[in-house]
Design a protein around this ligand. Structure first.
Ligand code: 4NP
Length: 166
C-alpha cells in the first residue's frame, strides 16, 4: 500500500453495529463506483460485536432496495487488525466510531482513516447519525446523507486515485 504492489483502492466503511449505516454505505458506494467506472474493493465492519454474523437491519435493506441497491446478503463483522493493512481507506460514520478505530489502529498503519462526510465540501466532521432507534423516515434520511457522502467520496477517488487523503 505504499505505492507498491497494493495500489488498488480498497475502502472499509465502519459504524457501530455493521447492520445499519456501514452496510448502506458499502452498497451505495459500490453502486456509485460502478457507475463511475472506479475500480475498487469495498467492505464494511462494526467497531462493536453486538451483531456478528447477522444480516443488515431490515429497515436498512428496505430503504436501500427503494434506491435499487441490494444489501441483504451482507454479514456483520467486527473490524480486525488485518483491516488496517488490507484497506487503503477506513471510513467511519461518526466521531465516536472514528475514535474507536483510531484507538485500535497500528501506530504506523498505512490506511487513511477519516469520516464519510469529510469527503463533502463544507461538511467535514459531520456525523452520519445512528438510525437504529428510529423509524423508516430516519432510515430514509440516513440513506440520503450516506448517498451524498459516497457520491462525493467516489468523485474524490476519481480525481485523486488511491492517494486520496481526507
Ligand atoms: P449501526 O447502527 O452502527 O449503523 O449499525 C446500530 C446498530 C445496532 C446498535 C447500535 C447502532 N446496537 O446498539 O445494537
Amino acid at each position: 500500500m505504499n505505492g507498491g504492489i497494493e495500489n488498488r483502492i480498497s475502502v472499509l466503511f465502519v459504524c457501530l453495529g455493521n447492520i445499519c449505516r456501514s452496510p448502506i454505505a458499502e452498497g451505495a458506494f459500490r453502486a456509485a463506483a460502478l457507475q463511475s467506472g472506479l475500480d475498487c474493493h469495498v467492505d464494511s465492519a462494526g467497531t462493536a460485536a453486538y451483531h456478528l454474523g447477522s444480516p443488515p437491519d431490515r429497515r436498512a435493506v428496505a430503504v436501500s432496495r427503494t434506491h435499487g441497491i441490494e444489501i441483504g446478503a451482507q454479514i456483520a463483522r467486527q473490524i480486525v487488525h488485518d483491516d488496517f493493512f488490507r484497506f487503503t481507506h477506513i471510513i467511519a460514520m461518526d466521531p465516536a466510531n472514528l475514535s474507536a478505530i483510531k484507538a485500535r489502529a497500528p501506530r504506523d498503519g498505512p490506511a487513511c482513516i477519516a469520516m464519510l462526510m469529510d469527503a463533502v465540501k463544507g461538511r467535514a466532521g459531520e456525523a452520519v447519525a445512528d438510525p437504529y432507534h428510529g423509524n423508516a423516515d430516519d432510515f430514509a434520511a440516513t440513506f440520503g446523507v450516506i448517498s451524498e457522502g459516497v457520491d462525493a467520496l467516489v468523485a474524490r477517488f476519481v480525481r485523486d486515485g488511491v492517494n486520496l487523503r481526507l
